[in-house]
Design a protein around this ligand. Structure first.
Ligand SMILES: [Zn+2]
Length: 287
C-alpha cells in the first residue's frame, strides 16, 4: 500500500488537539489537572528512588504540552538506590572483565580488608580425605581498587585482568592477575583441560596490601611480610590445597611443573618438595 507523502496519519498529538478544540472547557480543565498530578507523582517517585539528579529525567518523561504521556522508567527498589555499590557483588560474575577505571565516572569505593579477605560462604569441601580439615580464617583473592601506585598490593585494576569464571574459587570469588600472567594462565589452562578434562582449581591470586596485613596478623610468620608477597604483584597463584590432587607426586602437580614453564608459569625452587618452604600449591609467572 503506497504511502501518502505529505499527509501523515493523525497522531495522538493531533487527535488530542482536535479533542481539546471541540470539548467543553470543563473537560479540558479536568484533563489538565489529571496530567499535572501524574507529573508531580513521577517527580516524587524519582527523587525517592534516585535522588535529585534523576528528578530532571522524570520531569522530561512527564506529560508534555501536547498531552502525550510517557511513563517514567521503572523505578528500582529503594535498597539499590541507597547502597548503589560501584563494584559488582562477588556472587554476580560478569562474562567480561570489568571496565577500566578510565571508563568509570566515579572510582568504586575501596572495600574494607575484612570484606575482601573473608566471606561468610562455605567453601566446597576438600575432596582429599587425608588432609586435615582447615579451621583457620578463610581468605579469598582481593578485589583490586580502581586506583593504586603500582607497588606491592597497590596495583590499580587497570593493570590486572579478571580471569574467566572457570578460575573462580570454590565460593565464586573472581581471580585477578597481571595482564600478561592472566593471558598465559588461560593458555596453560587450555592445555590442562586438554590433558585432564577440567580446568585448574584456583584458590588465590592477587592480594592487596591490606589483605597481606590481615593474613599476617591471622597466620603469623608462615605468611609473607606485608608488601613482599608475590601475590601482591599479580604474578602468583595458589591452586587449591588438595594434596591428593595437586600435592607433591600427583599426576597434575607433575604435569604443571613439567608443562607450566612453556607458558611462563613455574613452581619456584623454594616451594619444591624438600625445599625451604615447600608449597605445592604455589606457582609464579616469570614470563
Ligand atoms: Zn601462594
Amino acid at each position: 500500500m503506497p504511502t501518502l507523502e505529505g499527509a501523515p496519519p493523525p497522531t495522538a498529538r493531533t487527535r488530542l488537539g482536535r479533542l481539546v478544540a471541540t470539548a467543553p472547557r470543563w473537560v479540558v480543565v479536568a484533563i489538565c489537572l489529571v496530567l499535572a498530578g501524574s507529573a508531580a507523582g513521577a517527580i516524587s517517585l524519582a527523587v525517592h528512588a534516585h535522588g535529585p539528579q534523576d528528578a530532571a529525567s522524570a520531569l522530561a518523561a512527564s506529560p508534555s504540552a501536547s498531552g502525550e504521556v510517557t511513563l517514567p522508567p521503572t523505578a528500582p527498589s529503594s535498597a539499590s538506590a541507597t547502597s548503589a555499590p560501584a563494584t559488582p557483588a562477588p556472587s554476580s560474575v560478569p562474562a567480561v572483565p570489568p571496565a577500566t577505571p578510565a571508563a568509570t565516572a566515579t572510582p568504586p569505593a575501596t572495600p574494607s580488608p575484612v570484606a575482601t579477605s573473608s566471606r561468610a560462604a562455605t567453601p566446597r569441601p576438600n575432596p582429599c580425605p587425608g588432609d586435615a580439615p582447615y579451621t583457620g580464617p578463610i581468605f579469598v583473592t582481593s578485589t583490586p581498587s580502581a586506583t593504586g601506585n603500582g607497588s606491592n598490593g597497590h596495583l590499580p585494576a587497570s593493570k590486572l585482568s579478571r580471569l574467566p569464571a572457570w578460575a573462580n574459587d570454590t565460593m565464586g570469588t573472581p581471580q585477578y592477575l597481571l595482564k600478561n600472567a592472566a593471558a598465559a594462565l588461560i593458555r596453560l589452562d587450555d592445555a590442562f583441560v586438554a590433558r585432564f578434562g577440567s580446568s585448574l582449581d584456583i584458590d588465590l591470586t592477587y592480594r592487596s596490601y591490606a589483605d597481606q596485613v590481615a593474613i599476617r596478623a591471622a597466620l603469623g610468620t608462615i605468611a609473607a611480610v606485608p608488601g613482599t608477597s608475590r601475590h601482591g604483584t599479580g604474578v602468583a597463584l595458589d591452586v587449591q590445597e588438595w594434596s591428593c590432587i595437586y600435592g607433591f607426586g600427583t599426576e597434575k602437580r607433575d604435569w604443571l611443573v613439567a608443562n607450566g614453564p612453556s607458558f611462563g608459569w613455574v613452581s619456584p625452587a623454594w616451594a619444591r618438595e624438600g625445599a625451604s618452604n615447600p608449597e605445592y600449591w604455589h606457582y609464579e609467572y616469570v614470563g
